[in-house]
Structure formats: C-alpha cells, structure tokens
Design a protein around this ligand. Structure first.
Ligand SMILES: Nc1ncnc2c1ncn2[C@@H]1O[C@H](COP(=O)(O)OP(=O)(O)OP(=O)(O)O)[C@@H](O)[C@H]1O
Ligand SMILES: [Mg+2]
Length: 339
C-alpha cells in the first residue's frame, strides 16, 4: 500500500455493504461478522464453496470494506483462458511478444494496482501460471510477456474455488507453496441447503430486487414457502434468484404459488435438475421442519388476528416484540393479513 493510507471515498458505506449480504443462519452470520477483520488485513483469502453460494459477493464485500475500496476490484476467471493467454491477460505483454501482440498491453495485475484481485476457479491454473502467480503473490513482482524487466504492482489477492484445493495439493496437481500463499485466511461458504434459515429471506430479497412494476413486491404463498424450504438447491443462491425471476411474471403483484417457481418435482415450467437429493443430515432436516412449522404457524396466527400483532402475540403467549422480530425474520409483513 502507499505510505499515506488511502481514505475510502465515494463508495458505499460499510453498513450498506454488509446489508447487501442477506442471511440469518448462524454460519452465514459468522462469515459476515468476520469480513471487517478480513478487510483490514493484506493477507490472501481463499474463498471456497459450491457454485452460486456467494463467493464473489463475499470477495467484493472484503474489497469494499477495505482501505483499497476506492481502487479497482478486478475479477479474473482463471479457467477462461489457455495458459499463455492467461499470463498475458494477467501480466500484460510487450509489442511482438507473440503473433497477435500488435501493441504493448498492460495486464490485469497492473490495472488492479492499489486495489484487489479475485482469482476465481483458481484450481484450474496450469503449472506455469501457478509459478508466475506465486512470485507476484510473494513479492508483488511480475514480468509481462516479452518484457526484459519485471514490474511491481501493489495488489491484494483473493481466490475462489469450488474444488477441494487441499486434496489437489495432496494429489500433486496444485502447488503446495501457492496453496499456502493463497489461504492465509480461508472462508468456506456453505451450500444453501445447509443454511435453510437463509432461503426465505433471500427469496424475499430477490422478489423485491427483480419486481418491475411499481408497488409492493409479491409475497410467497404458504405452499410456495414450503416448497422453497423443501428443495435442496444444487445451484444454491443463484438458482434461488433464477426461481424468483421466473416466478415474478406469473405472480403479477399478487402471490407466488408453488407452480410459479418452476422447481423440479413441482408441476409447472420446470428447471432442469442437476443432482438427485442425497439424504440430508438430521440437523438440516430438523431445521427444515422447524422453519416450515414457524412459517405455517405465523401465517395462520396472523390471519386469525387480521394482522394485529398485539392480539396475535397475546394469543400465542409471546411478547409483542418477540413476535414482531419472528415475523420480520420470516419476511411476513403484518399488513398483508389485515384483509
Ligand atoms: N447472501 C447473499 N445475499 C444476497 N445475494 C446473494 C447472496 N449470496 C449470493 N447472492 C447472489 O447470488 C448470485 C450468485 O453469487 P456469486 O456470484 O457470488 O456466487 P459464486 O459462489 O461466486 O458462484 P460461482 O462459483 O458459480 O462463480 C449473485 O447474483 C449474488 O449477488
Ligand atoms: Mg462467482
């Protein structure tokens, strides 16, 4: 970093960054809580998790919360280039370095100066690129293709993968030295099916995010909420977001029903199913049932009391404030029940 600390300016506030990370499962909350600490360090962070779990979102949050926030955030898909192209993409090249190099070009490492680089699908790096990356991670130096001299760029590195990198190290397909450089810190983002409590808040968030007509976003019917909780989400949060986008036109300002979701196993326009559901653990299955019970209970309670939280709380034997919190957690707006 430069000697004078770079003051964050212009970007979203830290509160706003953290508020964009939706989820209330304890595992997810502990990730969110760790982000400011990760942001204050210069060590590399290895972010692991299945596809669509939110690895890139976590990486962007670390950048936005850091003193590098006003500098570039550059994400590179390591799997998208053949070996030499990746190197020229990362490190740049001199004119004439290879057949198509008609002009000198700065690479992404130079463009990311002062900022953060996310290397995703880092498991796909070929051996030569692994060596080159190790050097830049260790010392900040790199050599553009065809260049005589090395260059320096001050970049913080984050990496993401959905492959078991530690096992790849054991098997000899990923360099151990690079692995240890990349995982100074590590964050494992669990699949959505292991954080059932996040499903409905995320669903509500995406309905609001993608609703096109003015006015309130549609809500989920009790049956739709149950269907979302029962599904195992092989595509994780990304798949949930797609399901909400799919449901919106059919819901038209009203209520999303199970058949609008297009989930495998539910009649309607189905999305392709990737993996058969393995038997979930006891703990996960229990949380699903509890979550579904709370949804049903709260909906019935609120309908019976026509959205009157005080009366509903009395009937349920709960403090008004606690019931209010519970409703909020479940994304249930009492005003929906006044009719
Ligand atoms: N907790 C969350 N709150 C809000 N949005 C989320 C959350 N998690 C994921 N998303 C959204 O879901 C989508 C997928 O997330 P992201 O791209 O970060 O996944 P990923 O783990 O990088 O996936 P891949 O491995 O396939 O690249 C994005 O649109 C992201 O904004
Ligand atoms: Mg991603």
């Amino acid at each position: 970093m430069s000697e004078v600390p770079v003051l964050k300016s212009g970007g979203p506030t830290d509160e706003k960054v953290l508020a964009g990370l939706i989820g209330r499962a304890p595992v997810f909350k502990s990730i969110v809580t760790s982000l400011p600490m990760l942001a204050s360090s210069e060590g590399a962070v290895l972010i692991t998790g299945e596809t669509g779990t939110g690895k890139e979102l976590v990486a962007r949050a670390i950048h936005s919360l850091s003193e590098r926030a006003s500098h570039p955030f550059v994400a590179v898909n390591c799997g998208a280039f053949v070996e030499t192209l990746l190197e020229s993409e990362l490190f740049g090249h001199e004119r004439g370095a290879f057949t198509d190099a008609h002009a000198r070009r700065h690479g992404l490492v130079a463009q990311a100066a002062g900022g953060t680089m996310l290397l995703y699908e880092v498991d796909t790096l070929m051996p030569r690129a692994q060596v080159a990356l190790l050097r830049v991670l260790q010392e900040g130096y790199f050599r553009p293709l065809g260049a005589g001299a090395e260059q320096h760029s001050d970049v913080r590195y984050l990496a993401a993968t959905n492959a078991p990198l530690d096992r790849m190290v054991q098997a000899g397909s990923f360099r151990a030295d690079l692995f240890y450089r990349l995982c100074v810190f590590s964050v494992g983002v669990p699949p959505l099916r292991e954080r059932v409590e996040d499903i409905l808040p995320l669903a509500g968030h995406f309905l609001e995010k993608h609703v096109s007509s003015p006015g309130p976003a549609p809500g989920l019917s009790a049956a739709a909420a149950e269907a979302l909780l029962a599904y195992d989400w092989p595509g994780n949060v990304r798949e949930l977001e797609s399901a909400m986008v799919r449901a919106l036109p059919a819901a038209r300002g009203g209520t999303v029903e199970p058949e609008d979701l297009g989930l495998p196993g539910i009649p309607g326009r189905r999305a392709p199913r990737l993996l058969p559901e393995a038997s979930p653990t006891y703990k996960i299955q229990k949380r699903r049932v509890v979550e579904a019970f709370e949804q049903q209970y709260l909906r019935r309670l609120m309908s019976e009391h026509r959205g009157n939280v005080s009366r509903a709380a009395r009937a349920a034997g709960k403090e008004r404030r606690d019931l209010g919190k519970l409703l909020k957690r479940h994304g249930l707006d009492p005003r929906r029940f006044t009719a």
